[in-house]
Ligand binder design. Sequence first.
Ligand SMILES: C[S@@+](CC[C@H](N)C(=O)[O-])C[C@H]1O[C@@H](n2cnc3c(N)ncnc32)[C@H](O)[C@@H]1O
Length: 270
Amino acid sequence: MHKYVHGYSQTEAGRLYDQANAVEKFLHHDSVWPEGSRILEAGCGVGAQTRVIAPKNPTSAFTSVDISPESVSKAEQLMRSLNVDNVNFMQGDIFDLPFENECFDHVFVCFVLEHLHDPVRALKELKRVLKPQGTIMAIEGDHGSTYFHPDSDAARKAINCQTLLQKNSGGDANIGRKLYPLLDDAGFDQIRVSPRQIYVDDSIPELVEGFTKNTFTAMIEGIAEDAVSNQLITYDEMQKGIDDLLKTAQGGGTFCYTFFKGIASKQAQT
Ligand SMILES: C[S@@+](CC[C@H](N)C(=O)[O-])C[C@H]1O[C@@H](n2cnc3c(N)ncnc32)[C@H](O)[C@@H]1O
């Protein structure tokens, strides 16, 4: 596997939980599948999305896999502590899933394709394990969709470091806008993609904390050291970029970001 740009620290686990909480109502109001479905969650990480989607679909059986055994174990502990008992966790690689053909009714994948060197190959592997007429739900961000007030060249440069580091690791931080063509290239049918814009201002203090500060700015803080050591930016520029991002979370600041959610189905064989 290429180096995973965000790493697996406790701070990053906390950021993923904050992110899932902050964006739940934008991304998951329609994360609902028919009763009794068998659902694969690919790239579950520490279970930040699992803890939202599994209780929301209590009669469905989830299998959640991630390439990192440590993350899978954290996710498993979290579900146990929350008494969520409809999830089975496994370590597994999205490019080579340990499942036979056509054994899941639905597949869910969130914030994973952006880290993969060949997202279409991963989507084809997910299609392999999906039953005919089963569906895939894919959610991704797009850092190119970020704009804010007060605007700041330093903040933009800091964000661009994240995009470059992710590209150097084989990923694509601007993948959200490509969800439709990627699902199409992988051979999915009936593709529908919807943008989910998060707009934050002083009137929504929970998003100022949960999204602007604890999700987005925390993500840039998380790659600051790597960006400086890879000479993408100086230490002082990075600090200014982070300070300016934090200004968008102070009185009078605003912040915008767009996620993309795609739903598609696997065509029944003719
Ligand atoms: C940004 S995290 C997202 C985790 C979770 N879906 C969420 O939204 O909180 C990306 C996850 O993809 C996992 N991942 C990366 N490459 C993978 C692969 N080849 N197979 C399975 N999981 C992978 C990483 O280990 C990490 O847990």
